[in-house]
Write a protein that binds this ligand. Structure first.
Ligand SMILES: Nc1ncnc2c1ncn2[C@@H]1O[C@H](COP(=O)(O)OP(=O)(O)O)[C@@H](O)[C@H]1O
Ligand SMILES: [Mg+2]
Length: 215
């Protein structure tokens, strides 16, 4: 994928995770922050995907695993995250830094963050994520993030996002925020999408793709 930062936005069950599955499988060197445990499919017969153990409960082991795999070249890894909020935040911080360092020292990679709203808010951008937002393109890290509400995540992140994959949104305040970020016309169209139907929109509101995940 040639875009540096891509957002996948929409209400629950509209197809965000399905879109990811369809689009990241072919990515080389992939780190998926698998917030809801949706990406354990990764290990199924796909060469390069590191096996997902039932439980990865030691952060250092995960970081070492990524480091070793990155040195060898091609790797894809999905990381189920801890439930505890404080622990989740620590894992997030270190995994972002790991993605950044992987790109800087070993190989280009793509970081996928499912449910970005759990890791940032409008005013807060964790240090590791900030490094990717500010210098990721230079270091060679692509970022793909999902969120239900585009207005709840780091403003620094949304202002640097260059492509939006938009599924249906109905919550008026979220729609309004999307209108402010993109265009009112796009925001209006997004309220009318059926599940599985999405618009891919660039940062100034041009629709570059209008497609359905399933008929
Ligand atoms: N081919 C399909 N036809 C109809 N419904 C589907 C198809 N594939 C997935 N779905 C449904 O669409 C929903 C999309 O889920 P998901 O991609 O996880 O959405 P999100 O990540 O936005 O919550 C799920 O409820 C799933 O059962
Ligand atoms: Mg999902």
């Amino acid at each position: 994928m040639s875009n540096d930062i891509i957002a996948v936005v929409g209400m629950r069950d509209q197809g965000k995770t399905t879109w990811l599955r369809n689009n990241i499988a072919e990515e080389d060197n992939l780190i998926v922050i698998d917030t809801l445990g949706d990406h354990t499919f990764g290990s199924k017969g796909k060469p390069g995907w590191l096996p997902v153990p039932d439980k990865r409960d030691n952060l250092q082991d995960v970081l070492d695993e990524i480091e070793i795999a990155a040195k060898q070249g091609f790797f894809q890894i999905g990381i189920p995250m801890p439930i505890d909020d404080e622990e989740k935040a620590i894992w997030f911080e270190y995994l972002c830094l790991e993605a950044y360092q992987t790109a800087e020292h070993h190989t280009k990679c793509t970081l996928v963050v499912e449910e970005m709203g759990l890791y940032t808010n409008t005013q807060q951008t964790p240090t590791g994520l900030n490094a990717i937002i500010q210098y990721g393109a230079h270091a060679g890290v692509n970022l793909i993030w999902t969120a239900r509400n585009p207005a709840e995540v780091s403003r620094r992140l949304t202002s640097e996002t260059n492509m939006y994959v938009l599924f249906a949104l109905h919550e008026p305040r979220w729609v309004e925020a999307l209108g402010e970020r993109l265009t009112d016309d796009i925001a209006q169209r997004v309220t009318q999408l059926e599940p599985g139907h999405y618009l891919m929109v660039d940062r100034v509101g041009n629709v570059v793709k209008d497609a359905k995940l399933w008929p």
